[in-house]
Design a protein around this ligand. Sequence first.
Ligand SMILES: NC(=O)CC[C@H](N)C(=O)O
Length: 406
Amino acid sequence: MPSPKKPAKAKKPARPQFGDWDQPRVTALLVLADGTVIEGFGIGAEGEAVGEVCFNTAMTGYQEVLTDPSYAGQIVTFTFPHVGNVGTNDEDIETTNLAAHAGVVGCVIKEAITEPANYRSARHFDKWLKARGIIGLSGIDTRALTARIREHGMPNGVIAHNAKGKFDVKKLKKMAADWPGLVGLDLAKEVSLTQRMHWDEMLWDWKDGYQTAKSSPWKVVAVDYGLKRNILRCLTSAGCDVTVVPATTKAEDILAMKPDGVFLSNGPGDPAATGEYAVPEIKKLVASGKPVFGICLGHQMLGIALGAKTVKMHQGHHGANHPVKDFTTNKVEIVSMNHGFAVDRDSLPAGVVETHVSLFDGSNAGIALKDRPVFSVQHHPEASPGPQDSHYLFRRFVSYMEKAKR
Ligand SMILES: NC(=O)CC[C@H](N)C(=O)O
């Protein structure tokens, strides 16, 4: 009897392509502290990381967002669906501390990453994420996640990527639930430069790229709590000769450098937790009478140094189209924002005025001392990414230095 024909061996399905929508395989998870598990495709580095999950509504500038040290301890969900499609380059990195992995621990995007299409692109976004150790997840309904954050606040969560799709979900749930969160967390000195650095690069120009400053009459010391490079470029382009110093630098050492003004940078973590190395030193800098300008974390810590309190926000502000009103000019500017804490306006002591307010939710966006050239804003006037409406603040700082010198 003829032997029955062997059935043809079933063809193994092709290995799922990276980020392929039709493939059912789950290679990444976002596990929230309340036990919610969101399944997606892994991108970037493999591993697990815990952080606070927030959303950012900017339509451009993902590379700047992901290298902004203010995002340390956070997982960013991009509401714009196409992230990664213009690739990455070495010029759009925001952190000053290239040695440290300063910035987000994870990112969540909707669509699969396409091949990069931009003349400035040097590297595929996926490879870049991997090289920076950023764990990513794609292919989920980022609108639903955003709506959830808007309603219930920013949850703590774990982002996990495993190419084999193997996860210990119970362990990840515990990891997310056990993480104490950003309140009380001091992260500024983790991301700060550890050595002084001189800065003379100006803002990017379409024709010439980054140029070096030729004349910089105003000597500024910038304290790096997680500084963004574009802030330094804005200072340089406004005529400042900038020396960046580590977060832990003493006020005496800063003043010994004889600056015309002192700049307090943005940065990650809880402003009320930065401890002895920041707020007490800022108090001394204010007492010196020198012009002082603070941005974001610098604004919040200046607020504390002046006697105000900071509070944790419900969903925070992370985007590039937030309206803010400047009471000193009565003008509205569209700004870039990235913060989860805010200065409580009701706690502002006598002598400190509110100069700016967020027109989204009425939260404080700027303060100034009545009798001294000391001021700060909650938003990011360097706008990287974002509109440039607030660049005038760097000129305001220079005008204070001019006045102080006269
Ligand atoms: N961009 C910043 O400087 C952020 C400040 C602070 N870490 C916050 O979340 O509010």
